[in-house]
Write a protein that binds this ligand. Structure first.
Ligand code: FES
Length: 156
C-alpha cells in the first residue's frame, strides 16, 4: 500500500481534528447557556470525580411533551460543557419521551472522538442530568443503564 504523501494527515486524524475543533467551538461559544425562569423541568448534577456541576432547564411546548427549549449552566471541563452544549441542540423540538430514551451513543457520535472512561463521565454528565430532569417532571422512565444515576452524578 502506498504511503500517504508526506505532510498530509491520515483521514482519521483529519476527522479527529475536525471533531476537536467543533468541541472547542461549543466550549468557547456554548449554545443554550444560561438559566431559565420558571422551567417545566430542572435538575442539577455533579460529577463526583471532579466536582464539576451542570444544571439543566427545560421548557415544554403547549402540548406538554415537545421540548421547546433547553438551557444549561454550570462549570466544567471542555468535554462536559461542549457535550452539554451539543445536547441542547440535539434535543430541541423532540419529544420528552424520545429524549428520555435517547441512547448515549447518539451524543457520543456527535462528539466523535474516542474518550477514556473518565472522559466518558464528563461527556455524559449533561445527558444524565437532562434525563433525570425529564423523569422528575414527566415521569419518563430512566432506562436501565441510567438507573442509579442520581447517585452516580449526585443529582439534586
Ligand atoms: Fe469535571 Fe470533566 S473534569 S466534568
Amino acid at each position: 500500500m502506498a504511503e500517504p504523501p508526506s505532510g498530509t494527515l491520515e483521514p482519521m486524524n483529519e476527522f479527529e481534528q475536525m471533531y476537536r475543533e467543533v468541541i472547542l467551538d461549543h466550549y468557547r461559544n456554548p449554545r443554550g447557556h444560561g438559566a431559565m425562569d420558571d422551567p417545566d423541568a430542572e435538575a442539577e448534577g455533579m460529577n463526583p470525580l471532579c466536582g464539576d456541576e451542570v444544571t439543566i432547564f427545560v421548557s415544554l411546548a403547549e402540548d406538554g411533551e415537545t421540548i421547546d427549549d433547553v438551557k444549561f449552566s454550570g462549570r466544567g471541563c471542555a468535554i462536559s460543557q461542549a457535550a452539554t452544549s451539543m445536547l441542547t441542540e440535539m434535543v430541541k423540538g423532540r419529544s420528552a419521551t424520545e429524549v428520555a430514551t435517547l441512547p448515549k451513543e447518539e451524543l457520543l457520535e456527535e462528539i466523535g472522538i474516542p474518550l477514556t472512561p473518565i472522559r466518558l463521565k464528563c461527556a455524559l454528565l449533561g445527558l444524565g442530568v437532562l434525563k433525570v430532569a425529564l423523569h422528575r417532571a414527566k415521569g419518563t422512565p430512566l432506562p436501565e443503564e441510567w438507573a442509579g444515576l442520581d447517585d452516580e452524578f449526585q443529582v439534586r
